[in-house]
Unconditional design. Sequence first.
Lengths: 114, 114
Amino acid sequence: AQKVTQAQTEISVVEKEDVTLDCVYETRDTTYYLFWYKQPPSGELVFLIRRNSFDEQNEISGRYSWNFQKSTSSFNFTITASQVVDSAVYFCALSEGGTYKYIFGTGTRLKVLA
Amino acid sequence: KAGVTQTPRYLIKTRGQQVTLSCSPISGHRSVSWYQQTPGQGLQFLFEYFSETQRNKGNFPGRFSGRQFSNSRSEMNVSTLELGDSALYLCASSFWATAQETQYFGPGTRLLVL
């Protein structure tokens, strides 16, 4: 069965600190896709990044970077030099090949203090 | 390009009533998915529609139903409302809703059942 675990319920950092959000997933499929979404207080889920199971290359996009490791089934997300506007709930999601739905983690609330 | 729109944004109903929520996908997108978000259960998949056909359904009772129109707009209906149906209902759209596609979410409809 597929499952996404975000063990960190809430994280508080001071502005300009780097912060890493953890995500561990379970799936029996060899083809799957992982996503990170941000949910600000307004409620809308905002897409951040996507990675497929065949590409373990880690990348940096602006202040965002991610670390995908199939060996540990982890897909961690890092924000560099955090800003107050980064305060939100962050969700990790899994989509398996052949399905049409996302399995979400429980979310991590990030508070960036000025 | 306009994003996913959902109406109404807020709704208050009483137990036993029924409710209909509406979602208009991004122009050109043919797939619409619905998710329920509650503090206790998190984000859970309700169902997905493509070209007016339901392709996948989550583990929700039959009181939850939906449909999609020829212009890809979708509605979901909840009959005989219960207190536990109070939630944020999110709609997402994508072109095909294949696993590798990114789903784009609307702002949600906040339903309160009294």
